[in-house]
Design a protein around this ligand. Structure first.
Ligand code: UTP
Length: 276
């Protein structure tokens, strides 16, 4: 059973400056709900109850969001507005939240390694909340689909999506053999390949299931592309010594770390999911 979900949320979110100067990117609202809450909903739906959040300086509002606000509770108690807190109250009752700080931003791999103290020695999920996923007609959320796959194969899994060739340089890209519909055994992975050199157009998005041996590998992983410790480098190591799968998920993903993706997600939620 996968019970814990790690949310690396320590990045600077420079693409959204100045909004992210004093506000975490993960707290940016899609209509009226912060990005991180969409990720937590997806993890809960997949059966996870331990939310482990890697934060950084100036990210207090992430902790406050999943805690009681007594003044507010008192103020709206018994009024019609109380209904607006229904969902977040239900989340707080269903899940536990633990936090750890990444003191230096040394990359996603380093952020995941920082979460080791919260995760312990068990398989876990990773959600990058700025990649927002919706079912869009699929039966289950992306994490729930990945958990079902993990229960079958018991190895690390990355979610992938086909992207246009001219966009591969923004992602980690995999190469692998298809072993079943939408499931690939990874044999190569490149972080942000130079234009024209990507091994495929299957891009890794912000959903992972990782087996705990990834932590030992990350300890030994040297800084890679951009001088950062890259999770792709550690996963490639894991793929060489064991097995890593890539899964072409069902559903829709929005790159909310970029302005166009954020606007697209906002419009989608307003049109399809928002209730007054
Ligand atoms: P990104 O590179 O997309 O996020 O990292 P960023 O650095 O916050 O955004 P930009 O590029 O400056 O606009 C992917 C994810 O990894 C986390 C980020 O918070 C984001 O969720 N991350 C990245 C960390 O937690 N620590 C790091 O050192 C780097």
């Amino acid at each position: 059973m996968i019970k814990k979900c790690l949310f690396p949320a320590a990045g600077y979110g420079t693409r959204f400056l100045p909004a992210t100067k004093s506000m975490p990117k993960e707290m940016m609202p899609i209509v009226n709900k912060p990005l991180i809450e969409f990720g937590v909903d997806e993890a809960l739906e997949a059966g996870m109850t331990g939310m482990c959040i890697v934060t950084g300086r100036g990210k207090h509002s992430l902790m406050d969001h999943f805690d009681l606000n007594y003044e507010l509770e008192h103020q709206i108690s018994g009024t019609a507005k109380e209904d607006k807190l229904k969902d977040i109250r239900s989340i707080m009752e269903s899940a536990s939240f633990t936090f750890i700080r990444q003191r230096e931003m040394k990359g996603l791999g380093h952020a995941i390694l920082t979460g080791k103290q919260l995760v312990g020695d068990e398989p876990f999920a990773v959600v990058l909340a700025d990649d927002m996923c919706v079912k869009d007609g699929a039966d289950d959320g992306v994490l729930a689909q990945m958990v079902a796959l993990y229960n079958q194969f018991r190895c690390s899994i990355v979610a992938v999506e086909e992207v246009p060739d001219e966009e591969t340089h923004k992602y980690g890209v995999i190469k692998g053999e298809m072993i079943k519909d939408d499931i690939f055994r990874v044999d190569d992975m490149v972080e942000k390949p130079e234009p024209g050199t990507a091994p495929s157009n299957m891009a890794i998005i912000g959903r992972y299931i990782l087996t705990p041996d990834i932590f030992d590998i990350l300890e030994e992983t040297a800084p890679g592309k951009g001088g950062e410790i890259q999770i792709t480098d550690a996963l490639l190591q894991q793929a060489k010594s064991g097995c890593v799968l890539a899964y072409k998920f069902k559903g829709k993903r929005f790159d909310c770390g970029s302005v166009p993706g954020y606007i697209e997600a906002t419009n989608f939620v307003y049109d399809n999911m928002y209730e007054e």
